[in-house]
Design a protein around this ligand. Sequence first.
Ligand code: TMP
Length: 236
Amino acid sequence: MQKTVQLYEGKAKKVYATENEDLVIVSYKDDATAFDGQKKGTIVGKGVVNNRMSNYLMQVLEKQGIKTHFVEELNDRETVVRKVSIVPLEVIIRNISAGSFAKRYGVEEGIVFDEPTIEFSYKNDDLHDPLINDYHALALKLATKDEIAQIKSMAFKINEVLKAYFIKLGVKLVDFKLEFGRLKDGTIVLADEISPDTCRFWDAKTNEKLDKDRFRRDLGNVEDAYKEMMHRVFGD
Ligand code: TMP
């Protein structure tokens, strides 16, 4: 599979067309941004970690009956995925209080919830990805009722699979962000990535942060955290 023209460059990835109109190639960069791109930097090796980890996790999920965009890993940074039209919702699942949840509701980080929570943000950089509810998403025609129901049920199932997977590696899955896409025939599939950029991972014993919060919050040892997560998943 060969790249043809570049279709899109995002903050962390580039997307290329291929000779097959139903497939695109994603190329993961080491560029890191936070706070709507206001903070910029490089995390050396991040593209490799995110590409390999995301592909591996999507295959774990496929085995559990979750449809994803994953097709084939080409090399350390590049992957063939099914072309989708992205549903402009950031779907956030939380198991433990942290980040914007802790800030918005004035609670400490680290409260373990009895049940996971779900929230949607409208994926729109100009508006700074505002928090919205199902009714707003419907009013804005971002997705249909049926799509929203499917997305919620897939997101909670993904949470159960990933939570169980990561705890075996000594990692608490605190929260994460998912994006879904529509195939040509309307099927909803998991798209984008699942990586230390899009998840909060805490060491199960020490609660040490092993994700992009080390970059967002200037905690240091950013590359080491990505390497540690790679080590936990692949043993290398
Ligand atoms: P938050 O606590 O800042 O709302 O983040 C919740 C989760 O979503 C966390 O695991 C990080 C992830 N996330 C993204 O993947 N992209 C984003 O732009 C933001 C704000 C959060």
